[in-house]
Write a protein that binds this ligand. Structure first.
Ligand code: IPD
Ligand code: CA
Length: 261
């Protein structure tokens, strides 16, 4: 594919995220009308998730009919030219009027993540990353944090019921025991964007799905950070552990989390 084709997809991802974000924001502000269900324990779902995903996949299919879509709500399978969509990441926040959620759209071509767009429609922050072209927040270049001192670091530790409580508390104990502070803000995609922007020094989660992190991975690397090889093995289809961070804490973060990177 030509660079023009990749650029067209990057710009489309931003425009679609903006439009999808406007729709999500309208639902967020109309909380009384929000219908909430659960896909499983602590796994929230609102009618907005499906509506937003339908909007995104509809726009992608209209503009790029040969491309595939994989979304959190409607599924799909990997292809050479594939869009990866989380319509609302941070649904538990979204459903409870906490303004920390986002639309996440990634685009991957021949197993290279070319574009990542993560948009929080409440703060109006549009995080973007394009392979070889840098990472930006509303046009401002992002850089990962310069910290090399774990005693000053803050690591976001993502959590879901897909891994045991024992595994999560052990991860937390090890990271905090090595001197870092930790948080869990409830959106893996925004957690990764925050690593790119130096707001988190690192992000770790023992299992996460591709739609939660694909966009964030290219953002972190373009902002000067590193990640593990999330796509290795069945990572795309079944999810994997994710670890991402600033260069100065790579060794201590891989050692404390036990996630190879
Ligand atoms: C979840 C969030 C959460 C992460 C989980 C995800 P959802 O996605 O990103 O922060 O820890 O692994 O499943 O349910 O808000 O779309
Ligand atoms: Ca998600």
């Amino acid at each position: 594919m030509t660079d023009a084709g990749l650029l067209a997809r990057h710009l489309a991802a931003i425009a679609i995220a903006q439009e999808a974000g406007d729709l999500a924001r309208r639902h967020f502000l109309d909380r009384d009308a929000m219908a909430i269900t659960f896909k499983g324990p602590q796994d929230w779902l609102t009618q907005a998730d499906r509506q937003v995903e339908d909007l995104v996949t509809g726009r992608v299919r209209a503009a790029f009919p040969g491309d595939a879509c994989v979304g959190e709500e409607t599924g799909g399978t990997e292809a050479g030219s594939v869009w990866v969509i989380d319509p609302i990441d941070g649904t538990s926040n979204f459903a409870r009027a906490v303004p920390h959620f986002c639309i996440s759209i990634g685009y991957m071509r021949d197993r290279k993540i070319e574009t990542g767009v993560i948009y929080n429609p409440i703060t109006g922050e549009m995080f973007t990353g394009r392979r070889g072209h840098g990472a930006f927040c509303n046009g401002r270049a992002m850089k990962v944090s310069r910290t090399d001192d774990f005693m000053r670091a803050t690591i976001e530790l993502g959590w879901s019921t897909r891994r045991s409580i024992a595994d999560y508390t052990q991860l937390m104990t090890r990271v905090v025991g090595a001197g870092a502070s930790f948080r869990r803000a409830g959106s893996g995609a925004l957690g990764m964007a925050y690593v790119a922007d130096g707001r988190n020094d690192g992000y770790a989660e023992l299992h996460i799905n591709v739609w939660d992190v694909l966009a964030g991975i290219v953002m972190v690397t373009e902002a000067g950070g590193w990640t593990n090889d999330f796509l290795t093995g069945d990572g795309f289809a079944k999810g994997n552990a994710i670890l991402a961070g600033a260069p100065g804490i790579r060794a201590v973060l891989t050692e404390t989390t036990g996630i190879a990177a």
